[in-house]
Design a protein around this ligand. Structure first.
Ligand code: CO
Length: 483
């Protein structure tokens, strides 16, 4: 037997994580095993694709599935649960008319779906807002990577309608990872315009308002695909991985994201530093090409900016070409590392390198955001890969970037989702709290909400859902939201 054959991982028994969930339920009390802390009060709302067929055709990319919300409400050690599809124009077109609507992320290799089914009335921007969600001015809304926002009722999960900001900057892409600037009390994000000269339009939304204000315009010759960005007290750092967007193609609705991208590994990654106080790009740094979906954190130390990223050296096609009909996410093959890039805006080399922060890589990184975003920190929670297992993210990890070590939660046949850290009220240490993760239990054919102690990283309890939850993306915990 050759080495390649030995190393080949066993295939998944089925693709439950990419199997459509039609059922929508509301359950007052999930069966709990173990013990969920009584202090844990509030609601975790998660977002992700849950329907993978249009008409009789199976979607070929994870990111294309229709958005479903899931909520887990905690009170006195008990958990209630509800799930519902977001019902926007994409949902109506795909479910009722059997047609695609709006730009898709992944491509259809045979063009069968686009050729036969693409709605003629479709705009470029999709409202299949299946990636993340947030709250501002007490309004809850979901979004994807384009500037469209679907508002929902956080208790019923009903879709309220499309939310448009006052002064909303028109554009083609945005990130599903806005930051919150706790000092200035603003939400910060950017939108890429590309109908004329390409530019990243960095904007902010003051707390308690729904108004976008332009912070800075960063003009570029060729825009790149960025799923998230870094923010410190005084800076926004846009890290352009060399996944270059073809602007002319991108404004056409029937061209998927992936059809408009080219990976240019000889081109450097560029760190574009926007000074919030000056409202302009004040420095650009370069490193060897790499790719990432997610930033971890960024901190200013002694005039330097430390940018920590869940990075991969692998050409983006491998990472972005995630097809539900093929393997799941194989982090070890993609060479994931948590890297720190150090930028010196006050002088020094514009060509920068990096250091590795821990002995395990993660995807879907999260931190104690309220306590430590833009500040010195020690712990990163994320999804990892068990080296001797099937090709999927099947471990929940806690990285200690001071010691460079990690601890893990693992159970055979289980596939955790993005961990969300919730601090204990009155906590005095960074990791005093719990980590919540929706876990797909392939053995049982159902999912459960896992509660892990943030400090010891031992399981505290779990609450089982009566169906499987397809692989989702991101969620947020709202301590003051009750059902
Ligand atoms: Co993301």
């Amino acid at each position: 037997m050759s080495t390649a054959e030995v190393a080949r991982p066993e295939p998944l028994p089925d693709f439950l994580g990419f199997t459509t969930l039609d059922r929508e339920v509301t359950i007052d009390r999930l069966p709990v095993t173990g013990r969920i802390p009584e202090w844990l009060t509030g609601t975790l709302v998660r977002n992700g694709p849950a329907k993978f067929e249009v008409d009789d055709y199976r979607l070929t990319h994870w990111f294309n599935g229709l958005a479903m919300l899931h909520s887990f409400a905690f009170t006195e050690g008990q958990v209630s649960y509800a799930n519902k599809y977001l019902r926007g124009q994409s949902y109506e077109a795909e479910v009722n008319d059997g047609q695609l609507y709006g730009k898709q992320f992944g491509m259809d290799p045979c063009k069968r779906l686009f050729g036969r089914h693409f709605a003629e009335y479709s705009p470029n921007l999709s409202d299949n807002t299946n990636v993340n969600l947030t709250r501002i001015a007490n309004r809850y809304f979901a979004f994807n990577e384009q500037p469209r926002y679907l508002e929902f009722d956080p208790t019923t999960l009903d879709t309220v309608g499309e939310l448009e900001f006052d002064g909303q900057i028109a554009g083609e892409t945005s990130t599903p990872h806005p930051h919150f600037d706790f000092g200035r009390r603003t939400l910060v994000n950017y939108t890429t315009t590309m109908r004329d000269r390409a530019a990243y339009q960095v904007f902010y939304v003051p707390e308690n308002t729904l108004t976008q204000h332009r912070m800075a315009t960063v003009e570029v010759d060729e825009p790149c695909y960025m799923h998230s960005f870094a923010m410190t007290e005084n800076y926004v750092v846009l890290v352009e991985f060399p996944v270059v967007i073809d602007q002319e193609k991108f404004v056409q609705p029937d061209k998927s994201f992936l059809e408009c991208f080219t990976w240019q590994p000889t081109r450097p990654a560029r760190f574009r530093v926007v000074d919030k106080r000056e409202g302009r790009c004040t420095a650009v740094f370069e490193s060897e090409a790499f790719f990432a979906f997610h930033h971890v954190n960024a901190v200013e130390v002694g005039g330097d900016i430390l940018v920590d990223i869940a990075a991969t050296h692998t050409p983006y096609e491998t990472v972005l070409g995630l097809a539900p009909t093929e393997d799941q996410f194989d982090l070890s093959a993609y060479g994931y590392q948590v890297r720190r890039y150090t930028l010196s805006p006050r002088g020094g080399a514009s060509r920068i390198g990096w250091e590795q922060l821990a002995d395990a890589g993660v995807e879907m990184p999260r931190i104690n955001y309220r306590g430590h975003n833009t500040r010195p920190y020690r712990y990163v929670y994320g999804l990892g890969h068990s080296p001797r297992s099937i090709r999927a993210m099947n471990r929940l990890l806690k990285l200690d970037i001071v010691n460079g070590t990690h601890s893990a939660w693992y159970e055979k046949g289980c596939f955790p989702g993005e961990p969300v850290f919730v601090p204990r009220p009155g906590a005095s240490t960074e990791d005093d709290g719990v980590v919540l993760s929706g876990v797909l239990d392939a053995k049982a054919g159902t999912s459960f909400l896992l509660v892990v102690d943030g400090s010891s990283f031992e399981e505290l309890g779990r609450a089982r859902v009566p169906h499987h939850i397809p692989n989702d993306f991101h969620g947020q915990f709202f301590a003051d939201l009750h059902r």
